[in-house]
Design a protein around this ligand. Sequence first.
Ligand code: GLY
Length: 313
Amino acid sequence: MIVVTSANGIVGIREAIEILRGGGSALDAVEAATRLVEANPDDHTVGYGGYPNVMGEVELDASIMDGRTLRAGAVGALKNYKHPISVARKVMEELPHVMLVGEGASRFAAEMGFQAENLLTEEAAEVYRQGISGALPEDKRDWLTGGIENNLARLAKITADPERAAGTVNFIAQDNQGNIACAVSTSGWAWKYPGRLGDSPIIGAGNYADNRHGACGCTGWGEIAIRCSTARSVVLYQRLGFGLEQACRQAMLDLAHATDDPASAIMSLVAINRDGRPIGMTTIPGRTYVWMTPEMAEPVEEPRIVVDLTEAR
Ligand code: GLY
């Protein structure tokens, strides 16, 4: 048994381990842990307190995957519901679908009894105001007056802040039955175009779990993980016989071909193999990940292995 998470998952990992200690499922563990990150107002990349889109509206993406059955649920561009991971799980369990977005996702959340609430904190709103106007040159400040909605594409292109694009939370758990589950949740790229989906809600891009081979969750520039199906690649490379580290490294190197500037690409992943061995990998030196087993009193935070994407060229 094990739980593995991105560094910001530290607020939820003990809860996940308690569930596993009590004989609970990997699915319950990753959902419960993710909810604690979604409720954390200090995390501006996930859930409540997340940075908004270019119009100042918080839009959340999340997905959950059951490695025993390959069932999955996802929501994208969900507004006003603090726990997209739980709505995603309901999609998996209550509908014959995998993904709902936008209005349909909100409608479904309400139908399932989730309470709507404002997710934009004062702190996030202030960073948004400064981020949007600060990124615009003087001669373009008038884009913010007289109807921001008339300039959304131009604004999102100029103001989207790649440094704030990379946050997301990943949780992978393996329970006492050997079942693996993976949950991913994010508020996405700050100041994104309304309706933009990253990799987090896309099964195979930001999230994949398969009991037979392992699991992977991604954080970073969703656009490149979507183009390369990164999470599924990690699992598939293991299926093809690569060891865990080699599988992750190859999936990361594949990303170099999806960007004009591999040296500045931001991507991190956490993964496990089918035996529950954990790993964290990144393009950014200094990034960490966290893991814990039920036998441990405290989680450990370890450096991720750094991959230089220019090696792929
Ligand atoms: N990886 C999160 C996103 O791109 O939205």
